[in-house]
Design a protein around this ligand. Structure first.
Ligand code: ADP
Ligand code: MG
Ligand code: MG
Length: 890
């Protein structure tokens, strides 16, 4: 007979942490903790095999019933209690638990086994009727929701019973003047149970089952069914969890946090999941059960914050034990843990442990700390850090310098980091609608529940009025690295009017607000956001240090401004792989000169105009080369179609005509003449330098003179000149000649013997790939401009792709956007050919990549295997590229 049931009792478990495929994460860890002699209420796990069997055959496998019965008997014997018994009743929780944690997505039912008979027995035994009825009302509500309603209706049927019952609860609370659930008297609780039972009868025409075994099997089946619940499926789609895995079911003896003042329930993290700080962190609620802390029903109290409300102060002995347990667990798993615990009359019970979800900032800090604490090796931590985590450190903050008197309108708990701005909506459905219209959304809710995930996912940020740092909203947002503020008590939401009031300020649907999720502050309006100051971030710099030493190839940056170059340097760039010079010409004064160049009637005039640009260019290059001192800076000669520099509006044309003292008609006809039908394939790239050699000459001169000036000052500039869009060897030789001649002239003028400037080309045309062997005979380096190479290989215009790409993706004609992820089969193949041919004639040739793909992890992984020496990407992608390359070394 196949084994379906695995017990964990008193220090001995049949399972272990390694068996999470079979037992689910929760079951495997309950077993592991049992074996570690951590106080875990005993129980057993029904394996995920049963779930997959159940999904296929819609019934349980043979032999399961018997194994469950035996397991129950074992528990009864050990606990000296009876399930459904009239003396000493044993109660169970029935808990879902998949291989990978899906917080709150599936169902759990507590207090299973409470019937008329056992409730009376429980009262007799504990002398605490209030506790017994509190447990019963909880069971009825969970059972009605999970077993009677959810598992008996088709997937999409809207839920209603929980809301109905919650309403009753609220009404009775009001009637008895109770603020919190825990204030309810025995009398009130009995009334609630009665009303619950009546409502169930009315709604479903069945009785709440007054039999322990019926309850148990109902709950087991419901948990299995919850695997295919709507929200569970949605969550798996977002998180890429296979639908075939199935869940396990854990049946566990109940321990009670709702027995009175000496009892409690809570959630804890071994380290702070928002900041990563190595400090025990968590929240608890006295006299509460189950999800009370997570659901945000009452605002929970901190476990440790040096106040009289913290657990350390209120239950010092229990706290001490809990502290020991969390320490033991973290050391054992070598990972930050997220625990659930319950205290029954001053006795601690651990109900769950799992790898704690944390945001990117905390991930990085914890990884580096654990490396220093020797809990994890360097390769382990590099494996754990993902590009998204680094992205988060680069998250925007509010640009406070641009706003005077920045005053928040409210404050909550900082649950998810970074700042975000968006337009307010009050429901997850509305969030999706507005998001699909292209709006930036901030979702405001009293609290979130698993049904809301889709709407939360599309929102820029989430703000809730209730709940703590371990509430559903906080947990989910943190997992996604999304800005989130929870427990903003001063926020009063009026769902009928679709508005909220916070400290007398009204926020309506569609209003802009800005959240600072790192500090928990809420602001009115759309505030300007900026990127953070990384230089001061010690943790991040430590990481960069490690990455820089471990990456398989170098990472340069695409930058043409000293400020960007500095940012990239701070993040570990090994040089500039692409400096686009055209951006330097769009400055107000310079574009005038540029226009004169383009419109010059003859070579002499053109030359004169161009030379006016020389001092400007020289300063540009001087600053850039100085910033990058001793690191290579690849400067690309002027590349874009000339008409980009010409005015298009009537007013500007008129002004320009006046300046140049020609007639408007004349100017218009010149502009007309320059107009190209297909500028991407027109008069651009090296074609410019060939028709107007003065441009190449001027730019070369500017580069050389800037370098010489720096040399005199003791710097070590490393400029490299890159000729764009070469397709035939003649083009390259033509430009190289002009550059060489200019360099030689300058050397003589400045009486300098050594001025080593590398000359190379950008490979952006398929033809260039095929003649790379010829090019390499004359070039010091080649650099793949993968944006243009993708355009010219596919024949797709990047600027026009929007009109057909979505169709291509929908119909699976392409797997993804080739401008985002490098097309390995086509463009990648051309790159391989080019590298092979180039190396066949020039073994020393340097090979780089300077398209957007240089910052895309998937493309980088490919590029690193074909033999390039460096990739180049925008400054903020540098650490992500470095991380990708470090991971490849593992
Ligand atoms: P989830 O996977 O949604 O976190 P759990 O199965 O962990 O669901 O159950 C939710 C909560 O129910 C737990 O955090 C715990 O507080 C409570 N709970 C579960 N089992 C027991 C038990 N045996 N005794 C007391 N409380 C329990
Ligand atoms: Mg839960
Ligand atoms: Mg749990």
């Amino acid at each position: 007979m196949k084994k379906y049931v695995y017990s964990f009792i008193n220090g001995k478990a049949e399972g272990s942490a390694t068996m999470n495929k079979l037992l689910g994460g929760k079951g495997a860890n309950l077993a592991e903790m049992t074996n570690l002699s951590i106080p875990v209420p005993p129980g057993f796990t029904i394996s995920t095999d049963v779930c997959t069997y159940y999904m296929k055959h819609n019934k349980f496998p043979k032999g399961l019933k018997k194994q469950v019965e035996e397991a129950i008997q074992k528990l009864e014997k050990y606990m000296n209690k009876q399930f459904g018994g009239s003396n000493n009743p044993l109660l169970f929780s029935v808990r879902s638990g998949a291989r990978q944690s899906m917080p709150g997505m599936m169902e759990t039912v507590l207090n299973i086994g409470l019937t008329n008979k056992t409730t009376s027995a429980l009262i007799q035994q504990t002398n605490n009727p209030k506790f017994a009825y509190d447990s019963l009302r909880r069971l009825i509500m969970m059972y009605a929701d999970v077993v009677i309603e959810k598992s008996n209706y088709k997937k999409n049927k809207p839920t209603g019973i929980r809301l109905d019952l919650e309403k009753i609860l609220g009404q009775v609370k009001q009637q008895y003047n109770c603020k919190n659930d825990s204030d309810l008297t025995q009398e009130a609780l009995i009334e609630i149970c009665d009303l619950f039972n009546q409502t169930i009868k009315q709604k479903f025409n069945i009785e709440f089952p007054n039999n322990a075994l019926t309850q148990l099997w109902g709950a087991i089946e419901a948990v299995f069914k919850s695997w295919n619940g709507k929200r569970a499926i949605e969550y798996r789609n977002i998180e890429n969890i296979p639908h075939t895995w199935g869940t396990a079911v854990n049946i566990q003896c109940m321990v009670f946090g709702n027995m009175g003042k000496n009892s409690a329930t809570g959630v804890a993290f071994t380290r702070n999941p928002s900041t990563g700080e190595n400090k025990f962190f968590g929240e608890w609620l006295p006299n509460a059960q189950g999800e009370d802390v997570v659901a945000g029903i009452r605002t929970p109290q901190p476990i440790l914050n040096n106040s009289k409300k913290d657990l350390k102060y209120q239950m010092p002995l229990v706290y001490k034990e809990l502290y020991k347990v969390q320490n033991k667990l973290e050391k054992h798993y070598k990972e930050m843990q997220d625990l659930e615990f319950t205290i029954e009359n001053q006795k601690l019970w651990i109900l769950q442990t799992r790898k704690g979800k944390r945001n990117g900032i905390a991930t990085i800090k914890i990884a580096l700390d654990m490396y220093q604490e020797k809990l994890q090796s360097q390769s382990e931590i590099i494996n754990k850090i993902e590009p998204e985590h680094i992205n988060e450190i680069l998250l925007p903050t509010i640009n406070e310098t641009t706003i005077k008197n920045l005053q928040p309108i409210g404050m909550g708990l900082p649950a998810g980091p970074g700042c975000a701005t968006g337009q307010v909506v009050f429901s997850p459905e509305e969030a999706e609608i507005q998001y699909n219209k292209g709006k930036k959304i901030i979702l405001i809710r009293e609290e979130t529940s698993p049904e809301d995930v889709q709407g939360m996912f599309v929102s820029n940020a989430i703000l809730t009025s209730r709940g703590g740092m371990t509430s559903h909203a906080a947990l989910v947002a943190r997992g996604w690295g999304k800005c989130c503020i929870v427990g903003c008590n001063e926020l009063i939401i009026d769902n009928n009017k679709n508005q909220a009031i916070i400290n007398k300020q009204i926020i309506k649907t569609g209003d802009w607000i800005t959240l600072d999720g790192s500090k928990g502050l809420i602001y009115k309006d759309q505030l300007p956001l900026i990127k953070p100051a990384l230089k001061k971030n010690k943790v991040f710099n430590h990481l960069l240090n490690i990455l820089q030493k471990k990456r398989v190839l170098l990472v340069r940056t695409n930058a043409d401004q000293p400020k960007d170059a500095q940012t990239a340097l701070d993040m570990g760039a090994a040089g500039i792989g692409l400096c686009r010079t055209e951006h330097m010409f769009f400055d107000k004064n310079r574009i005038k000169i540029m226009r004169q160049v383009i419109l010059a009637p003859n070579t002499k005039k053109r030359r004169e105009s161009i030379m006016q640009l020389l001092p400007h260019q020289k300063t540009d290059f001087y600053k850039l080369l100085k910033t990058m001192d001793s690191k290579p800076v690849t400067i690309r000669l002027l590349d874009p179609p000339l008409h980009e520099f010409l005015p298009t509006q009537k007013k500007q044309i008129k002004e320009l005509a006046l300046e140049l003292s020609i007639s408007i008609q004349k100017l218009e006809s010149i502009i007309d003449n320059l107009h190209e039908l297909n500028p991407m394939l027109g008069h651009r790239g090296c074609r410019l330098g060939i028709t107007f050699p003065e441009i190449t000459e001027m730019q070369t001169r500017a580069i050389c003179e800037a370098a010489i000036k720096l040399l005199h000052k003791g710097f070590k500039p490393q400029p490299e000149i890159m000729i764009p869009l070469v397709g035939s060897i003649g083009e390259f030789i033509n430009q190289k000649k002009i550059i060489k001649k200019t360099i030689n002239n300058i050397k003589t003028e400045h009486k300098i013997r050594h001025l080593n400037i590398k000359i190379g080309t950008m490979i952006e045309l398929p033809r260039a790939c095929f003649i790379a062997d010829q090019i390499a005979q004359h070039a010091d380096f080649i650099s793949f401009g993968t944006n243009d190479l993708t355009q010219t290989t596919f024949g797709f215009s990047r600027d026009d792709i929007g009109s057909f790409l979505p169709n291509y993706l929908n119909q699976n004609i392409l797997d993804n956007d080739p401008f985002q992820h490098l097309d390995e089969a086509g463009v990648g193949e051309l790159i391989k050919i080019a590298i092979k041919r180039a190396q066949s004639t020039n073994q020393k040739i340097k090979i780089g990549v300077c398209g957007e793909h240089g910052g895309d992890p998937k493309s980088i992984r490919f590029l690193a295997t074909v033999g390039v020496d460096y990739v180049s990407c925008s400054p903020y992608r540098v650490p992500i590229a470095s991380l990708t390359l470090s991971k490849m070394m593992q």
